[in-house]
Each structure stands twice: as structure tokens, then as C-alpha cells.
Design a protein around this ligand. Structure first.
Ligand SMILES: Cc1cc2nc3c(=O)[nH]c(=O)nc-3n(C[C@H](O)[C@H](O)[C@H](O)COP(=O)(O)O)c2cc1C
Length: 184
């Protein structure tokens, strides 16, 4: 088991795992849980594919359909949470983000990079989450205008490493990622 004595080393380890979300298709970091506030009491959590991460700019990127319910949530409240559990590393990562939503012509360069077979995720008819008559009573009409790029500006990262002795730490953008140890 890894034992971290330095906050910086622990954060480096956390970021190495986050970065694998894009580079390693088998990493559980590829499929984080993305949580928004519905504004009606219950939060909404769902799995998304991590499209990109950038430690230098503190950013994580996701793609979604403009008509999905998370878009309404984000319009009301751009603050969201990301959760990742890495069983092999025994590491939980909890991230708070403020989300900038990109839609319209600005997403054209992103659309060009999306393989044709994956574009079907943007343009389901009727809109995702709508009630339908039977399980397959929907269609796919891939449409660049239905692509929303979620640029998540990381505000804080919390790490929990399970071991004989658990280790937990909290890092904030406002303190330049200096970090502090927490009781697990
Ligand atoms: C493994 C997996 C990966 C997914 N990736 C995405 C994704 O990248 N973007 C997306 O919008 N939905 C993705 N989904 C579907 C979402 O979990 C969710 O059902 C959908 O976005 C509608 O969410 P909403 O109604 O809460 O907005 C994925 C689901 C699974 C199981």
C-alpha cells in the first residue's frame, strides 16, 4: 500500500489517476459519476465519459445532449460534483466544479473529432428522458446543434486512500492546491 507523507505527492497521485480517464480506456476514471442539483430536493447523478482533463488549467471536459435534464440543472446551478472510485488503487476522488456550457457553433471543432458512430448520442428523438410507448420507440438523428460541451472548472479535490490506515486530504483552488490532511 502506498503511504503518502507529503500533500503534494498525494495530489500528484490523484491527478495521475484522473488523467488516466482519458488515456486508459480500462480505467474507472473514464466513467465518473457527474452530479448536479435539480433544485427540487433530490440531486441527480449519472455516469459520463471523461473526454479530457487538464491539470494545468484545472479542467475536466464532458459531452452531452443539449436536451438532457442535466442541462436544465446546470442552467439553474452551474456547481456540480464529480465522483470517481478506483478499486485497484483503493482511491476515492471527489471533485467540485463550476461548469461552463458550450453550445452552438463553438462546438463545431469538437463535433469534427467525434467518430460518426458516437454522434448518435447527440440527437435522440424524442429528447432523452421523455416517456415513450415501448423500449425502442426512439430514433437517432445525429445533430451538431444537440452537442453540449461541459467545461468543468475544478474548485476542489478531495482524496481518500484506503489502506491499513486510511489517508484523506482536501485541496482547494483558492489556496493554490496547497492541501490539508483530514481525518478519514
Ligand atoms: C458507461 C456510460 C457512459 C455514459 N456516457 C455518457 C456521456 O458521455 N454523455 C452523456 O450525456 N451521457 C452518457 N451516459 C448516459 C448518462 O448516464 C445519462 O443517462 C444521460 O446523459 C441522461 O442524463 P440526464 O437525464 O440526467 O441528463 C453514459 C452512461 C453510461 C452507463
Amino acid at each position: 500500500m502506498k503511504v503518502f507523507q507529503k500533500l503534494d505527492d498525494f495530489l500528484d497521485f490523484g491527478w495521475a489517476q484522473i488523467s488516466r480517464g482519458k488515456s486508459d480506456k480500462k480505467s474507472p476514471a473514464r466513467h465518473p459519476t457527474f452530479v448536479t442539483s435539480s433544485g427540487y430536493g433530490f440531486p441527480n447523478a449519472r455516469t459520463l465519459v471523461m473526454r479530457r482533463s487538464n491539470r494545468k488549467n484545472n479542467l475536466i471536459e464532458f459531452h452531452t445532449d443539449t436536451t438532457s435534464s442535466k442541462m436544465l440543472d446546470l442552467k439553474k446551478n452551474p456547481c456540480a460534483a464529480i465522483h470517481i472510485w478506483l478499486p485497484k488503487a483503493k482511491l476515492q476522488i471527489q471533485i467540485h466544479v463550476v461548469v461552463e456550457v458550450k453550445v452552438g457553433d463553438i462546438t463545431i471543432p469538437y463535433w469534427r473529432d467525434i467518430p460518426a458512430k458516437s454522434r448518435v448520442a447527440y440527437g435522440t428523438i424524442p429528447n432523452p428522458g421523455k416517456v415513450i410507448e415501448s423500449p425502442l420507440a426512439y430514433d437517432h438523428v445525429p445533430d451538431q446543434k444537440r452537442l453540449a460541451v461541459l467545461i468543468c472548472d475544478i474548485q476542489s479535490i478531495q482524496l481518500l486512500l484506503l489502506g491499513v490506515k486510511h489517508i484523506r486530504a482536501y485541496y482547494k483552488k483558492t489556496t493554490n492546491w496547497q492541501g490539508e490532511w483530514l481525518s478519514p
